[in-house]
Design a protein around this ligand. Sequence first.
Ligand SMILES: *Cc1c(COP(=O)(O)O)cnc(C)c1O
Length: 384
Amino acid sequence: MSHAKAKPAPAPIPAVDLQAQYRRLKPAIDRRIQRVLEHGRFVLGPEVAEFEEALARYAGARHCVGVSSGTDALMIAMMAERIGRGDAVFMPAYSFRATAEVPVRLGATPVFVDIEPGTLNIDAGDLERRIELVKREGRLNPRAIVAVDLFGLPAAYEALAPVAERSGLSLLADAAQSFGARLGNRQVGSLAPTTAVSFYPSKPLGGYGDGGALLTDDAERAAKFRALRQHGAGPDRIEVLAIGINGRLDTLQAAVLLAKLEAFGDELRQRQRVADAYDRHFTGRIETQSRPKGRASALAQYAILIEDRDRVKATLAADGIGSAIYYHRPLHLEPPLLRFGPGPGALPVAEATAKRNLCLPMHADLDDSQIDRVAEAVLAAVKP
Ligand SMILES: *Cc1c(COP(=O)(O)O)cnc(C)c1O
């Protein structure tokens, strides 16, 4: 038997580490799940209302409605606004495909808007131009703006709200990636009239399966959301008020999320520690998504923007370092969305970002030596 003198390969560093989080939170999570198994109220059990209250309190919103996913949160929000055929829904061209999928499924037309370099969020100036264009053409009815808080960074709601107001459009926050983030001292959930959140496992506040929520200050709107998530049923669950969907948050997911919410504030601080450490390595050397002052990101992702991205990703993978590409293409260039325009070359920042982005490992359980190893591997792989 040979005794290899080579150093053992260091342990792989996954992009997201849900196992490490479970080891840390196991007693609280197990206790919560056990309680649900014992009372057996798996659909709209007591944990759902308890979680809705806790989430609303955290976000500083009056009402929270737990739903089956972030996608269904967007769906229910748009159904409540009766968005459908002939309507234009404005959104950044750079987002997860669910943002565009929902209005298309409702028969509406997504209108793609370019993003700002730096924050990578929707560009309010380009948004205004495209709203004017649609109005002038007179073919579609401008109805809604969906702001996406990309990678956890809140969009520029202070600029978007006046645009929505002036043009008579509703403003919906796709906060699937940003629960826990802040704009000034306002929490995500109180930055727009309606906010859609996702609890997909890898989001900053993630369940153990699909889940989502809607947040609003408007009691009437919250009542509509409650009806729509339950096949349109009224509070007595007898009368049908509207054509809805099966869109409820599972009791088991609410139980897991209640346990995770306890640790969430601390996890956000840990994510901030990781991002600050990456920043120290990269500032002046590698472009990253910017995080303007007064805008506290939930840091769903830490994105770098580099040339030759695919080669760097492969080099990291060979070193056991996970990374992810969000996204390979901007929405307007995805084949099923091409027909909505505006075609290749029209949204240059979104198109360039899709070629250059790479998201590095980001979670609360990364330690300093892992962060250093990732950053050094990135710096070595990126050609000066
Ligand atoms: C994850 C995500 C969604 C969809 O959330 P699900 O819970 O997976 O349905 C929507 N929009 C954005 C921007 C997302 O990142």
